[in-house]
Design a protein around this ligand. Structure first.
Ligand code: 5GP
Length: 346
């Protein structure tokens, strides 16, 4: 056993220090970024915020809504080929450019991905997602997927430390998904004791990835627009959202109406609910590592997106970043023991 004594930080432990700025208005800030990749020759341009590949979040409807503003959606892996075909009938070029097809390490998953990419070659991104990206088996799977899809943009995760970011990039991934345990419906830290405070994970993994020409996605733990700004400030190239995009018209999850109030179901992809739905129950050698909750219905996602983008534009003006790309360079975090004033919070 060994103890690392250096303090690791989450979003709640810091604030961003304001800096002198020549920006007159938030409208002068551009949030769009353009990325080239370590392995793929493709280029992606857009606002690097993505919906998580959860069946209550990363839906076709969500992709259509988010693509309007140039945001991205990692489509969950449980749609059938027929559902993909239906979706692709109306999916514009812009929508196809802003989605990823997701896969776990199962043979069925990777075969389905190959079929989807074959039928819809304009889809550029593959999201290889496992709860624990540390296994050798996963690294070999990434290598195999790179060989089978030489020019696609491959996202792989989840990990939280620099050495594993490097290993997955070397195995063929372009973008590494970072986050173990911070998710709003995740119980990994409760069930296993394993995890890493998200802001430190971002800072350390971004350093490792950028040193090799790769990118990272901060995945999980954003509760408010300020957390997204902190993730970008820490060095995240993309930020993935689950809970903040759940509960909308475009989200998946069953509608619930009780005493005149509307809710939508939201659950982790390793929750008992998800496992019952997709794999016929929780296998007896494992524990569920996700929660099932009801979130108040939030209406169209467009309004939430406007709120998020407005918040991040404002962060950029507070630190003098004319473009989102400059935010990390202009960020100084201060360690704090307080966040917002909660006197009127219910
Ligand atoms: P949120 O934005 O809601 O805080 O986090 C979303 C992320 O939580 C997802 O992108 C995914 O990485 C993670 N996640 C989703 N479902 C589960 C689950 O059942 N268990 C765990 N451990 N993480 C989950």
């Amino acid at each position: 056993m060994r103890i690392e004594n250096e303090l690791k930080l989450g979003f709640k432990d810091v604030m961003i220090r304001p800096k002198r700025s020549t920006l007159k208005s938030r409208s002068q800030v551009t949030l769009e970024r353009e990325f080239t990749f370590l392995h793929s020759d493709l280029v992606w341009k857009g606002i690097p915020i993505m919906a998580a590949n959860m069946d209550t979040v990363g839906t076709f409807k969500m992709a259509e809504a988010l693509a309007k503003d140039g945001l991205f959606t990692a489509i969950h892996k449980h749609y059938s080929i027929t559902e993909w075909q239906e979706f692709a009938k109306n999916a514009s070029e812009k929508v196809l450019k802003n989605i990823a097809v997701s896969s776990g390490i199962g043979k069925d998953d990777s075969e389905k991905v190959a079929r989807i990419l074959n039928e819809f070659p304009r889809i550029n991104f593959i999201c290889l997602d496992v709860a624990n990206g540390y296994s050798e088996h996963f690294v070999n799977f990434v290598k195999k997927m790179r060989k089978n899809h030489p020019n696609k943009i491959i996202i792989a995760g989840n990990v939280v430390t620099g050495e594993m970011v490097e290993e997955l990039l070397l195995a063929g991934a372009d973008i590494i998904k970072v986050g173990i345990g911070p998710g709003s419906v995740c119980t990994t830290r409760v069930k296993t004791g394993v995890g890493y405070p998200q802001l430190s994970a971002i800072i350390e993994c971004a350093d490792a990835a950028h040193g090799m020409g790769g990118q990272i996605i901060s995945d999980g733990g954003c509760k408010i627009p300020g957390d997204i700004a902190k993730a970008f400030g820490g060095g995240a190239d993309f930020v993935m959202l689950g809970g903040m995009l759940a509960g909308h018209e475009e989200s998946g999850g069953e509608f619930i109406e009780r005493n005149g109030e509307k809710f939508k179901a939201f659950y982790g992809m390793s929750s008992t609910t998800a496992m019952n739905k997709h794999v016929g129950g929780v296998a007896n050698y494992r524990a569920s590592e996700g929660k099932t909750v009801e979130v108040p219905f939030k209406g169209d996602v467009e309004e939430t997106v406007t709120d998020i983008l407005g918040g991040i534009r404002s962060t950029c003006t507070y630190v003098g970043a004319r473009r989102l790309k400059e935010l990390t360079k202009r960020t100084t975090f201060i360690r704090v023991q307080e966040q917002e004033n909660q006197v009127y919070s219910s």
